[in-house]
Write a protein that binds this ligand. Structure first.
Ligand SMILES: C[S@@+](CC[C@H](N)C(=O)[O-])C[C@H]1O[C@@H](n2cnc3c(N)ncnc32)[C@H](O)[C@@H]1O
Ligand code: SF4
Length: 385
């Protein structure tokens, strides 16, 4: 038998206590959730995929959402046990749960740790009560700080998220807030610029002119100060929005960014699976009720299971891998895209981007420079045009 191929497992919990006005994730507010029904359905879909993916080595399990900290801890325990039953677990398997910092959820952190979660990712979003109100969050600054402190005393690894480039946020105000966050001693931080997503309440409010988000030059200045401050405090960016002490990077997200395999379980979850015939893109039915019905009827809620053509695969590997500060190594690109960079990149376009100091290529691989990372979308458009 060949050595097992690495695989990450993503499990989506689609419910939240309330819907934040900026968020376009697949999340829903439900009056009641039948936890044992959901546990059984998630377990069924996991078994369905496990039957198609023999001989895999699990490097990560990630409970995302929605708000998976609203899941019964027993559900996460059952799913972790089932993953361990279907496949082998890597020695230092990373098992992450996304959590909101309300006091109710913090009260269950110990139960999640006992269930096997070894990394908690907390949605702090802001350390300013007015900003938390604007973002429609169900927690305040004090609860967020307490949740981070408590998580640090329970979980071997933690991270928290902040949203910056908020309306009227100055470089000075963000510097102060980020300094405060860094003083809390995190090993990992996800720092996202606020984006206005179509279909959200913020989209309509922004169009009405209720608020404005920072213009491009202020956004750039906020990004620069973020890089400088985090670097100075020992948490350099390893991806556009993610910072870590060396060695504390999120292994699950690295699987996405380096073109590894992951199976997606639960409503709306996506997967990338290399099989003997091809690499398949999978997608589960997004609506919770439709997904549950499909699982009851046939054991899974898959709505897409499509082989990726070579050009699409190359494109997605470049789009993901160039987000990383270290870019893509030649080995990672060869493994994920089955090509050398020189076989697939148009030489003149590549040369122009290298001459403009947006990309670098050498024996190690291909990467964006600092200037390239700031304008990565434009760089990718020029590279892949
Ligand atoms: C699935 S969500 C969070 C999980 C958890 N329910 C929470 O709210 O903390 C993942 C992260 O995406 C970020 N996010 C979501 N929508 C965003 C937006 N429109 N702009 C910037 N960041 C966003 C937030 O920082 C959030 O913590
Ligand atoms: S940001 Fe988190 S809590 Fe808010 S709606 Fe989105 S997934 Fe739910």
């Amino acid at each position: 038998m060949t050595a097992p191929r690495d695989l990450a497992v993503y499990i989506h919990w689609p419910f939240c206590l309330s819907k934040c006005p900026y968020c376009d994730f697949n999340s829903h507010v439900a009056e009641t959730v039948d936890h044992s029904h959901w546990r059984d359905a998630l377990l069924a879909e996991l078994s369905h995929y496990a039957a198609q993916l023999p001989n895999r080595n699990i490097v990560s399990i990630f409970f995302g959402g929605g708000t998976p900290s609203l899941m019964a801890p027993a559900t996460s325990a059952a799913l972790i046990d089932a993953v361990a039953g279907h496949w082998s677990l890597a020695d230092h398997v990373e098992i992450t749960l996304e959590a909101n910092p309300t006091s109710v959820e913090a009260g269950r952190f110990r139960d999640f740790r006992a269930a096997g979660i070894n990394r908690l990712s907390i949605g702090v979003q802001a350390l300013d009560d007015a900003a938390l109100g604007f973002l429609g969050r169900g927690h305040d600054r004090t609860q967020a700080i307490e949740a981070v402190r408590l998580a640090g005393s329970i979980f071997p690894r933690t991270s928290f998220d902040l949203i910056y480039a908020r309306p009227e946020q100055t470089v000075e105000a963000w510097t102060k807030e980020l300094s405060e966050a860094l003083a809390m001693g995190p090993e990992h931080l996800s720092l996202y610029q606020l984006t206005i997503e179509r279909g959200t309440p913020f989209y309509a409010a922004h169009r009405r002119g209720d608020f404005q988000i920072p213009a491009e030059d202020l956004g750039g200045a906020l990004y620069e100060v973020t890089q400088e401050l985090c670097e100075k405090r020992g948490l350099p960016a390893y991806e556009i929005s993610n910072h870590a002490r060396p060695g504390s990077e999120c292994r699950h997200n690295l699987v996405y960014w380096t073109g590894g395999d992951y199976v997606g379980i639960g409503p709306g979850a996506h997967g990338r699976l290399s099989m003997a015939e091809a690499i398949f893109a999978t997608e589960q039915i997004p609506g919770p009720a439709g997904w549950l019905d499909a699982v009851a009827a046939k054991g899974h809620g898959t709505r897409k299971f499509e082989a990726l053509d070579a050009a699409t695969r190359v494109e997605e590997i470049l789009m993901m891998g160039l987000r990383l500060r270290d870019g893509l190594t030649r080995d990672a690109f060869q493994l994920a895209a089955a090509h050398e960079f020189e076989d697939v990149l148009e030489p003149r376009r590549l040369r122009r981007l290298i001459d403009a100091n947006y990309l670098e290529i050498d024996a190690r691989g291909l990467r964006a420079t600092g200037d390239g990372l700031i304008r990565l979308n434009a760089v990718l458009a020029a590279l892949l045009a």
